[in-house]
Write a protein that binds this ligand. Structure first.
Ligand code: ATP
Length: 594
């Protein structure tokens, strides 16, 4: 079922109650009416009991007995139904809340989402959502109902005997003052607890991601110790929370016990001197006992509410993540057809482009161009800024300064979706997603291609026989790490790119050695692609730069030269150093000089 997410909240804050009511007004109205019926029936019950006792004294109790059963049943049924309807409405809101959290995580810049952390973000969908759910059960229903019953009970008690009420209020009031202090302390600790749980989850997920490396370095013990320290932090905060939570019940109980004893003594005296009748005294005592339930609900409800509000603050952190497409034309506005001039313009051109991840500049006035056809290699020492250039073209990040034109058009004239649909991108790690070979190949495609087309793409990277030999063929699940070898996974990622019709292909060449067969295949795939489009490869291999029509040399965030391999070996000292120093994989001095 398609679901609408929660829209961006005004003022950047999520407002739980309006969001709960949004779209469910009739249900919320029914919940309110049922809750009122339940409260009225609960309040009426002791009065009916008093009438029953009076009737028993006169020997005509039958009618009041039936009324008492009906009122009791009415309170129970209305209470249960309102609780269920509210819970169902709250689940609808939680679905929207989870959906918006996921949407926001996908819509933000990759590094912003990564900075927040996968484990930390996923606790929003689990622990934090549960805390919001509890608060939603309590806030709009149990808490107001408890307060209503509490006030109604107090009014009726005042009518029955105001002197006994004063005795009750004095005894319970003291306990309440203590409870208020505890609740304020709890709100702060709930926030700390949710942060600590998010941190633990984040670090555990990160450790699981690196499990093979941890095992290879026999670092399980050390990693476990670190995670245990995080778990101990959680325990410390949890103990602190428990210390305060455990005070709530006993303090209130004590207040109630004192009130009961005082009322029994005071009531006995007033009964003897005739200021109070026996049915009135019984009714008063029943109301006093009935006071306990709404009091406890109110107190624990306020604590639960604090927990929910702390979770709400954590959702707000995710909702505050800025969407990455602010610097682009809005998606959905009509895309302009590429003009002939645009089609012949350089596929990428940078003029004085600057970029910093934090304060330190990573690109420092980069000027480069990638021709509209042919293979362009981007080379440079590790950390020179090559992957950052690809990231800026893909729109993963926004330059801090300078002009970026892609496929002949100003970057901001593209919508991000439109831009990315024109670019084929294969990342350095050849990332595949958990799923089947088919779902990986067709990732993001609106119409699934026929199997023949998928096998054509697989054949282009020599993977068709491997996939045919798998028990489930294209529907074999990969991603658990064991179905395909590293090289086969790389070729699958390339086949995925081949299934898209792109004007620009960007390939972040892996630094790991490919076997010569795979490397040869990669070269011919790249050659074929470059025949009628622009291919930009971050090159770590001698074979790739020799094959390139155009080479761009980067050093410490700047482009130091552009040209052909032979020109650059002759004229560009840093490039010659890369080649002669055999810093490019497979570079041999005599080969390089050829
Ligand atoms: N997400 C990030 N946050 C902060 N700094 C980063 C981030 N990614 C890269 N950097 C820094 O930016 C600089 C350029 O990195 P980049 O990955 O573009 O280099 P590269 O030339 O592609 O290197 P390599 O050949 O090793 O892949 C490096 O100094 C790196 O430390």
């Amino acid at each position: 079922m398609a679901t609408t997410a929660i829209p961006a909240p005004a003022g950047g804050r999520l407002r739980l109650l309006p969001e709960l009511v949004r779209g469910s007004r009739p249900t919320v109205a029914v919940v309110a009416v049922l809750a009122l019926i339940s409260a009225a029936a609960t309040l009426a019950l002791p009065m009916v009991a008093a009438r029953l006792i009076e009737a028993l004294q006169t020997g005509r109790a039958g009618g009041w007995g039936v009324v008492m059963i009906l009122v009791g049943l009415g309170a129970t049924v209305a209470g249960a139904l309102s609780a269920f309807l509210l819970a169902r409405t709250a689940q609808g809101m939680l679905l929207r809340l989870r959906r918006r959290t996921m949407e926001q995580a996908f819509a933000a810049e990759v590094r912003e989402t990564q900075r927040m952390g996968a484990g930390n973000l996923s606790t929003r969908l689990t622990v934090d959502a549960m805390n919001v759910k509890q608060a939603l059960n309590v806030g709009p229903l149990q808490l107001p109902l408890a307060v209503l019953v509490l006030l109604g009970t107090i009014v009726i008690m005042a009518v029955l005997d105001w002197v006994l009420l004063v005795i009750t209020v004095l005894s319970v009031g003291l306990a309440f003052a203590g409870v208020g202090v505890v609740i304020v302390a709890l709100k702060k600790r709930y926030g700390m607890l949710q942060g600590a749980v998010g941190g633990l989850s984040e670090r555990f997920v990160a450790a699981l991601d690196g499990l093979p490396v941890i095992k290879a370095h026999r670092a399980e013990g050390a990693t476990l110790d670190e995670l245990t320290r995080d778990a101990e932090d959680v325990r410390r905060v949890e103990v602190s929370v428990a210390r305060f939570e455990s005070l709530l019940g006993p303090v209130l109980n004590l207040g109630q016990q004192i009130a009961l004893v005082s009322v029994l003594i005071g009531g006995g005296v007033r009964l003897v001197d005739g200021s109070l009748t026996l049915p009135e005294f019984v009714a008063f005592l029943m109301y006093l006992l009935q006071l306990a339930a709404p009091l406890m609900t109110a107190v624990s409800g306020i604590a639960t509410l604090q927990q929910g509000l702390a979770a709400r603050d954590r959702f707000d952190e995710v909702f505050a993540l800025a969407p990455e497409d602010r610097a682009y034309r809005p998606t959905g506005s009509a895309p302009a057809e590429r003009t002939a001039a645009e089609a012949h313009a350089p596929a990428v051109s940078f003029r004085d482009v600057r970029f910093a991840y934090d304060t330190e500049p990573v690109l420092d006035g980069v000027d480069l161009h990638v021709p509209s056809r042919g293979l362009t290699s981007l080379v440079g020492l590790s950390g020179a800024g090559k992957s950052t250039v690809l990231g800026l073209v893909e729109g993963f990040m926004t330059p801090t300064d300078g002009d970026v034109r892609i496929l002949g058009r100003e970057r901001s004239a593209w919508s991000l979706a439109e831009l990315r649909s024109r670019i084929g991108y294969v990342d350095q790690r050849f990332t595949l997603l958990r799923g089947t070979i088919r779902s990986n190949l067709t990732l993001g495609l609106t119409a699934a291609p026929a199997d023949d087309r998928l096998f054509d793409a697989l054949a282009a990277v020599d993977l068709h026989d491997v996939v045919r030999a798998l028990p489930d063929g294209l529907d074999t699940t990969i991603g658990a790490g064991s179905d395909l070898s590293g090289g086969q996974r790389q070729r699958l990622a390339l086949a995925r790119m081949l299934l898209r019709d792109n004007d620009l292909v960007m390939l972040d060449e892996p630094t790991s050695q490919l076997d010569s067969l795979t490397e040869g295949k990669l070269r011919s795939v790249v050659e074929e692609l470059a025949a009628d489009r622009a291919v930009l490869v971050v090159a770590h291999r001698m074979s790739t730069v020799q094959q390139a029509d155009h080479v761009i040399v980067m050093d410490q965030g700047r482009v130091v030269a552009q040209g052909t391999h032979h020109q650059l070996v002759r004229d560009c000292a840093p490039y010659a150093a890369l080649v002669h120093g055999q810093l490019l994989l497979g570079a041999e001095p005599e080969l390089a000089m050829a």
